[in-house]
Design a protein around this ligand. Structure first.
Ligand SMILES: NC(=O)c1ccc[n+]([C@@H]2O[C@H](COP(=O)([O-])OP(=O)(O)OC[C@H]3O[C@@H](n4cnc5c(N)ncnc54)[C@H](OP(=O)(O)O)[C@@H]3O)[C@@H](O)[C@H]2O)c1
Length: 397
């Protein structure tokens, strides 16, 4: 075993913690942090899995495989890669919250879904401890819950960044780039098109819960209904509706359909448009799925059915899958009051790798004091340049 275990007496003032340090996103983020000269602490439920994850991160770092588009040391020559993650065992998000208050790390990166459950408790602990907070939430309920903590974070002088993964960051960045220097956007549609490599294994508790939790506490409709913005307000909308066939800049065609993602709120805030729709290529847009969706979501209203479905779904084994296309894409189309429309794309490599890089780059900037107090989404805080610093490439009208 090559890593140290944090003992109870350590004072961790400048440390960066990754919650869910054993997971795919946690490991990818750890690797990208090390490439930026920052050695994270991996936090998880099981000491053995943590030790294994720390070794995997060390191997990935020594292979220099963290970034498709050069390492952070290439972008920032003063940065030297760091190595050797420490680990910290905590059995639950509540126990992690207690540890945050005790050790007061500089930044906590939360990769434990469902974020509707973990994000508010961890973010509140961070605000009290004087710690900055970053998460990978991509669901509307969790993104909205963190953005609602804006005043508490501002009053405490802390920064909360939600949506720091491919989901939210890719499409939000395109909206920010298209709307730079222009006001009066009326209508926005964003489409996320990830190219995801899938590891073999069970779906797992966190993802199963994220998929089946719906939108608790989100204005404008019921827990298992879709959402969009109309007249500047969140209203009910069909899930898997508004089917669109897109031709990507590299000529590949994909179909996207509406989904009430964190992207929806980020795109509305970035554009101030009154009409906004968020869509994904991961939503099957077939007529059959659209017919089944209301039935499936109506039975999920019963918590016993939901818990049963979550347990079963968590155990479902998925097969390893190579990424379905070369690039992942964030797409946005914005129409202004004067009738002009602009379209833009952000091209990145494998979406999971981008999801590791964004929180690492956000954290680096927070450690360097570039954040601002309050609750933000990534491109709203750091501008369109953030995605470019993470290897993304813009193709704008
Ligand atoms: N925004 C985006 O674009 C984006 C992209 C990718 C993923 N995500 C989201 O990020 C989350 C993580 O994704 P992933 O692919 O990294 O998942 P993963 O590989 O299954 O990892 C999940 C991690 O969370 C931990 N965990 C799960 N339930 C926990 C609990 N109750 N208490 C403490 N730790 C718990 C697991 O620890 P153990 O080892 O102890 O099980 C593991 O470390 C998911 O919710 C996913 O939807 C977002």
């Amino acid at each position: 075993m090559t890593q140290d275990v944090i003992d109870g007496s350590a004072v961790m003032g400048r440390d960066v913690w990754i919650l869910g340090g054993t997971g795919r996103s946690g490991r990818a983020t750890a690797t990208a942090l090390i490439e930026r000269g920052i050695t994270p602490v991996l936090v998880g439920r099981d000491a053995e899995r943590l030790a294994h994850a720390a070794d995997q991160v060390k191997r990935a770092t020594s292979r220099g495989s963290a970034l498709d588009h050069g390492t952070a040391a290439d972008h920032h020559p003063s940065i030297q890669p760091a190595t050797g993650c420490k680990v910290l065992t905590a059995p639950s998000p509540q126990a992690v919250a207690t540890e945050i208050q005790r050790h007061r790390p500089a930044v906590v990166i939360n990769t434990i879904g469902p974020f509707t459950t973990t994000a508010p408790v961890i973010a509140r602990a961070c605000i009290t401890a004087g710690t900055d907070y970053v998460d990978l939430a991509n669901d509307l309920a969790a993104v909205s819950a963190i953005l609602d903590l804006d005043k508490a974070a501002t009053d405490a002088g802390r920064t909360l960044v939600t949506g720091a993964g491919f989901g939210v960051t890719a499409t939000e960045s395109v909206v920010v780039a298209l709307c730079a220097g222009r006001v009066g956007a009326l209508d926005v549609r964003v489409d996320m098109v990830p190219a995801l490599e899938v590891e073999a294994g069970p779906i797992g508790d966190a993802l199963a819960a994220t998929l089946l939790e719906g939108l608790p506490g989100v204005a404008g409709g019921g827990r298992f209904e879709g959402r969009r913005y109309r007249d500047g307000r969140l209203v009910r909308a069909r899930i898997a509706g508004e089917v669109t066939h897109l031709t990507l800049p590299d000529g590949v065609t994909v179909t996207t359909a509406s989904m009430p993602l964190g992207e929806l709120m980020a795109a509305q805030r970035a554009s101030q448009a009154s009409s906004v729709v968020s869509s994904s290529s991961e939503v099957p847009g077939s007529a059959l799925v659209r017919a089944i969706m209301p039935l499936a979501t109506s039975v999920l209203r019963w918590s016993a059915v939901r818990e049963f479905a979550k347990r079963r779904l968590a155990k479902v084994e998925v097969k390893a899958r190579a990424k379905p296309r070369e690039h992942s894409w964030g797409h946005a189309r914005v129409t202004w009051a004067d009738g002009t429309t602009r379209e833009g794309w952000l091209r990145v490599g494998e979406a999971q790798q981008f999801t590791g890089t964004v929180p690492a780059e956000v954290t680096r900037r927070l450690l360097e004091g570039e954040g601002g107090p309050g609750a933000h989404t990534p491109a709203a805080l750091f501008g369109a340049g953030l995605a470019a610093a993470c290897g993304g490439e813009y193709l704008l009208d």
